[in-house]
Design a protein around this ligand. Structure first.
Ligand SMILES: C[S@@+](CC[C@H](N)C(=O)[O-])C[C@H]1O[C@@H](n2cnc3c(N)ncnc32)[C@H](O)[C@@H]1O
Length: 312
């Protein structure tokens, strides 16, 4: 197995929010290289328990190995965190974590096809059992679909132009490699001293579409909340403004008090709903400058924290 090394971000902040205790139960929906999971298990020694999952088989294998010293105190399965609530008992967890996006090994291994910096197959699947790959998306989607993906998920202003060129190019030669896609975009949008590579947004958008990252997050947030007991905390770390907006909207909606004690019949309030959570960290917390220097991949991290309400 190739080495699986990922530096977990904002570990001290995650621990401060989750306050792991002996006997506590925790869920990590993005276990990755198990950096956060190991920190949670260590802080809740000797009896804290962790449920974990990751879509990536290599991550799950690495996490099992990394957590060997905590054997008998965790259960980790391969799967989407949107389905964690299918096998983790509801209402039993003291804390839950989502640390979204990709892990360093996914980005660094050319064969996974996530990176425009190295040539590899256009794959980008977090779960390699899945059928849809980046190549299939690029070779089969219409220009309108591609343009929409580039704009909605990548905020790419040149998305229409790129999409039209992809559809034209693929008539001559199917898209198979990351280099092919990166070169096409470089040709259409030369770098001109820009700091980021012109293909950055397109690669991100394709990755998010291939892995249905937005759909998983929307479903996963609700599922993670179900796992918590009242007073349990949910920590979410995002690396993308669209994801952060979804987390913010989720928290805002679920924190709203829809109960109504007036005497006037207001149709929208006929099905009253009490707030399900409160914000502990409504304004996103960013990593400290020292962490960004030591681990530049942490620079876009934003962390928000919610606490589940209800009778204990
Ligand atoms: C930033 S890494 C997590 C790193 C981890 N916290 C650690 O300490 O090493 C993100 C991980 O989440 C996984 N992932 C992303 N979306 C997922 C989903 N919907 N369900 C399960 N795992 C997911 C990726 O495969 C990747 O391993």
């Amino acid at each position: 197995m190739p080495e699986f090394t990922h530096s977990p971000v904002m570990v001290a902040e995650v621990l401060a929010a989750l306050r792991p205790q002996p006997g506590g139960r925790y869920a990590d929906g993005t276990v990755g290289g198990a950096g956060h999971a190991a920190a949670i298990l260590a802080a809740s020694s000797p009896t804290g328990w962790l449920y974990g999952c990751d879509r990536d088989g290599a991550a799950v294998e690495a996490a099992q190995a990394r957590l060997a010293e905590f054997s008998g105190r965790f259960e980790i399965r391969r799967g989407n965190f949107a389905e964690l609530a299918d096998w983790v008992p509801p209402g039993g967890c003291d804390g839950a974590l989502l640390d979204l996006g990709v892990s360093s090994p996914q980005l660094d291994e050319a064969g996974r096809g996530f990176s425009f910096q190295q040539d590899g197959p256009l794959d980008m699947r977090m779960d390699q059992r899945q059928e849809l790959t980046a190549a299939r998306l690029l070779n089969e989607a219409t220009a309108e679909e591609l343009a929409k993906i580039f704009w909605e998920l990548g905020g790419e202003r040149d998305g229409r132009r790129f999409a039209r060129a992809i559809v034209q190019d693929r008539e001559r030669r199917r898209f198979e490699t990351t280099r092919q896609l990166a070169e096409l975009i470089e040709r259409l949008a030369p770098r001109h001293g820009r700091k980021s590579h012109p293909a950055t947004k397109v690669f991100q958008a394709v990755r998010m579409a291939v892995n249905d990252e937005i759909g998983s997050l929307q479903q996963g947030l609700a599922g993670m909340l179900r796992l918590l007991k009242p007073g349990g905390r949910l920590v979410v770390i995002t690396f993308h403004s669209l994801e952060d907006r979804i987390v913010k909207d989720f928290g805002r909606t679920r924190a709203r008090d829809y109960t109504f004690s007036g005497t006037v019949d207001v149709p929208e309030l006929r099905q009253p709903r009490a707030p399900e959570l409160k914000w502990l960290q409504r304004k996103a917390l960013r990593p400290a400058a020292a962490e960004v220097t030591a681990n530049p991949r942490s620079r876009s991290a934003q962390m928000r924290v919610m606490e589940k309400l209800g009778d204990a």
